[in-house]
Design a protein around this ligand. Structure first.
Ligand code: CU
Length: 169
């Protein structure tokens, strides 16, 4: 699915996304790795009623090696496609997201992915609602490390954690 490079998000969506933070401590730790890539806690926020898109994140996405790598593709059975997106706040204070061709990881880099800011994996064409507590598989293709499958947990947000997280930056 082709989408415009920049999407002006409705304010409601922006707020929901900004407040969509989950409690890391509440879920059993899980993660996966391939080659020099280490992924901790893949999670998705529950989809909004009637929504055909969802978003997934990794608590951390790290490249422990000495060579650069790049996440270039993702796929899951629960959505028609997965797009790599980045989100930022423009000069007018409006949240915008755009598709990127990959998430580059410098040697020794570690990226935190959180609702409301930065990178996320956009699930386009959801085949089923993402309900809290459910899990689904997602396969990831890295330029250098190759392919890995992760288990994504659907987890409800906690607004106070989102605020704490935002203030931590
Ligand atoms: Cu997105």
């Amino acid at each position: 699915m082709k989408i415009p490079l920049a999407i002006r998000l409705p304010l409601r969506h922006g707020l929901v996304t900004a407040l969509a933070m989950f409690a890391l401590g509440n879920a059993p730790a899980h993660g996966a790795g391939v080659g020099d890539i280490e992924i901790t806690h893949p999670f998705a926020t529950p989809s909004l009623p009637g929504a055909t898109t969802g978003a997934a994140y990794f608590a951390t996405l790290a490249n422990t090696g000495s060579q650069p790598d790049k996440l270039v593709r993702a796929a899951t059975p629960v959505a028609a496609s997965v797009e790599l997106h980045t989100m930022s706040v423009d000069a007018q204070g409006v949240m915008r997201m755009r598709e990127v061709d990959g998430i580059a990881l410098a040697p020794k880099a570690s990226i935190r992915m959180r609702p409301g800011m930065g990178f996320h994996l956009m699930l386009v064409g959801l085949k089923q609602p993402l309900k809290e507590g459910a899990t689904f598989p997602m396969s990831l293709q890295f330029e250098r490390a190759g392919q890995i499958e992760v288990k994504v947990v659907v987890q409800t947000s906690r607004a106070q954690d989102a605020m704490a997280d935002m203030h931590a930056h």
